[in-house]
Design a protein around this ligand. Structure first.
Ligand code: GTP
Length: 254
């Protein structure tokens, strides 16, 4: 069976959006020890959708509820353009602008994640101008930890499904991404698995190239995720069950 990503059949559970209703697909684990590790950290202000983007990418599902981010690490073996790599994605608690709007409140664990990572997903919400204004100081902060060298970065304008609540035009995202030396992706963790997948795939390929991996040209194949194994997937299953049971309760309560 081709392991290429297929959009999950998400059946809506009534009014608000897609929730987990299908089991996590079983992919046969890769029968090899990956010879390369791709380490990605997802950074951004509060409530922009960092966790939702990671969960959508790894499980094809959307988490509708909000729980403050504790910074989970997800690790998966993946076949990237025909090459086996170990993919690690670090979720992080939110960062916040200081009162002078120049500096950044950044927990020490986030600094360690920035130092650890090979590639950076900087996320804001298109519905939250303040989260957009956090990106530049956040990038400067990353640069202070990695002053030299190529650090693959992508900028994600999330919640693109909330068009009526938009506060940041798409071209502002494009312009900002260009100043960061990265690529801009407008995404919706809620509505669009393919867009989220393409976003993470692009960064993984950039990281492999930066690590001196692939020989430059784009090879066929894309990204194949092995079956979720990391302990944090158990945490996600708890949250999925929680969401599901609250949906069932509210529908039976009607
Ligand atoms: N409409 C819509 N809602 C989203 C989207 N992505 C995330 N959300 C919702 O936004 C809220 C915050 O999402 P999280 O993934 O928890 O955001 P976070 O950046 O990890 O939040 P912090 O814990 O504050 O750092 C949740 O209620 C999500 O369901 C999206 O693309 N569209």
């Amino acid at each position: 069976k081709d392991l290429a990503f297929e959009p999950a059949t998400m059946s809506s559970s009534g009014g608000s959006g897609n929730f987990l209703l299908v089991p996590i697909p079983e992919y046969p684990p890769l029968d090899c020890v990956p010879n390369k590790t791709v380490k990605i950290v997802v950074l951004g202000a509060s409530n922009v959708g960092k966790t939702a983007l990671i969960v959508r990418f790894l499980t094809k599902r959307f988490i509708g509820d909000y729980e403050a981010n504790t910074g989970a690490l997800y690790s998966r073996k993946v076949a990237l353009d025909g090459e086996e790599v170990s993919l690690q994605i670090q979720d992080t608690p939110c960062v916040a602008l200081q009162d002078d709007a120049e500096g950044l409140h950044c927990q020490e664990q986030i600094n360690r994640s920035i130092y650890w990572a090979d590639g950076y997903v900087l996320v804001y919400s298109i519905t939250d101008l303040h989260s957009y204004r956090t990106i530049q100081p956040l990038y400067q902060h990353v640069r202070r930890i990695h002053p030299s060298g190529n650090i693959p970065v992508i900028l994600v304008g999330n919640k693109s499904d909330l068009l009526r609540a938009r506060q940041v035009p798409a071209d502002e995202g494009e312009t900002l991404a260009a100043t960061l030396g990265g690529v801009y992706f407008e995404a919706s963790a809620r509505e669009n698995h393919e867009g989220v997948h393409a976003t993470f795939l692009h960064l993984c390929q950039e990281v492999v190239r930066a690590l001196g991996g692939g020989n430059g040209e784009k090879r066929r194949g894309g990204l194949h995720l092995a079956r979720p194994k990391s302990p944090n997937m158990q945490e996600l299953k708890r949250r999925f069950r929680q969401v599901l049971s609250s949906k069932v309760k509210s529908s039976t309560a009607l």
